[in-house]
Unconditional design. Structure first.
Length: 217
């Protein structure tokens, strides 16, 4: 089947900007989560997940990592790390759950809530500049061929950061496969790939295998 509109393979370079909010203790972290921009929430959860894909170790969101490393509160860190970003379709719900977890801990442990951290947490945002790679796919076969040569930056752009553009419900890959090729089941399977146990390379290989199965290879 040939799509009406091609999939345009792109990549993105990014610059991290420090926002106005910072936290020197858990109580200030709760306040910062409540006040920071949506882009900051996205940066410290979805985009940090992409960074952790290179190492496959440590917590996958920056809030949990800071709570453990700078505040030495492993129980709260594990709670924050247990959040699965695939469960969210909007950033407001994600923000509320992050704030609730930190707030509940602060209420139960007021002394620890105001204790100074070893280092300050700075709420940041990522500014992206997109660049097309000069490759397009009109069919599932061409999509498979183009997928194999994508860099980590391109994979993160299409698989992870695309979720903010698409309101967190899907990725560029799944959206195109479902909308243009009508392969809704394949698109759902791609969205179900575990982003926590796969590296970006592993996720790319999983997508390629699913496409192979769809093509009957």
């Amino acid at each position: 089947m040939r799509a009406k509109e091609p999939f345009v393979f792109s990549t993105a370079s990014s610059v991290v900007r420090i926002g106005n909010e910072s936290a020197g203790c858990l109580a200030e972290l709760e306040h910062g989560i409540a006040q920071c921009s949506d882009a900051s929430i996205f940066h410290h959860t979805f985009q940090s997940l992409g960074h952790h894909h290179f190492l496959q170790e440590g917590f996958s969101n920056d809030f949990a990592q800071w709570v453990l490393a700078a505040c030495n509160r492993p129980m709260l860190a594990e709670r924050l790390a247990s959040i699965d970003i695939r469960d969210y379709v909007n950033l407001a719900d994600l923000r509320n759950d992050l704030r609730r977890m930190v707030g509940e801990y602060c209420q139960e442990n007021p002394r620890e809530a105001s204790q100074g951290a070893f280092e300050t947490f700075y709420f940041c945002e990522t500014i992206e500049e997109t660049a097309p790679l000069g490759r397009e796919a009109w069919t599932l076969e061409e999509f498979h061929d183009g997928l194999g040569g994508l860099s980590h930056a391109a994979m993160q752009f299409h698989l992870l950061t695309s979720r903010l553009r698409l309101h967190l419900q899907t990725s560029d890959f799944s959206r195109w496969i479902s909308k243009e090729l009508g392969c809704k089941s394949l698109a759902q399977k791609i969205d179900q790939i575990d982003l926590y146990t796969n590296t970006l390379d592993g996720a790319r290989d999983s997508i390629a295998r699913l496409v192979d199965l769809e093509l009957g290879r």
